[in-house]
Write a protein that binds this ligand. Sequence first.
Ligand code: ADE
Length: 250
Amino acid sequence: MHFDVLTIFPELFTSFRSTGVLGRAVEASLIGIDVHDLRDWADNRWRQLDDEAYGGGPGMVLQAGPAIAAVRQLEGDHGPGRTVLLSPRGRVLDQALVAELAHEDRLCLLCGRYEGFDERVSAILGPDEVSIGDFVLGGGEVAAMVVVEAVARLVPGVVGDPASVASDSFTAGLLDHPSYTRPVEVEGWPVPEVLRSGDHERIARWRLERSVEATVTRRPDMIKDNWARYPAEVRALVRRYAPELDPERR
Ligand code: ADE
């Protein structure tokens, strides 16, 4: 998987692309992250990309020409890929969209600032517009990092222990179970006995129960959305903890 990021603040990505799991994946050439300064495609010697909005109002708009030229040049250099424009107006990112994006060989991530890009970037390039949630950031850079981090985890080899990639079909659509490490007691709170029993079957069962319990109490909306993919054991647990959430109940 190769990521090309287009931004007016490339320095924001310096430590991001070289640290931790992502840094190791880049080192091992499992993924590539190239960050490009959009100003390199500016059409004036001041490298200015923003201009006033037609119709007036506060805030500047990023010109269409440089962004379109940048995406086309990268496509010419590296072959076609999917272009993702980060915007609060986009489709809200979830694990299904992350998995879809992870199938691509190349993603070109366009980061807006100010009032965003001139609308003709969308009209002409037809990018996937993606939002990371219903709130407004100062720009698309942090959102692009979210996309890179979530997608990269699904690239084989990036996460050392594949079992910890939660796209595991059994627990997909459930919140994670709670985790504990040493010491055995913190301020009078012990680690649940079952986790120290060494009985792997009991531990797996306990973890699945805690996952279902957390999901029905914290995110009941996820139950309805994911019902079709739950195995029978998960459905039975949902019926036990929150029978009213069973969509097959009459
Ligand atoms: N740019 C500004 N806000 C954003 C958001 N919520 N998601 C993606 N890009 C953004």
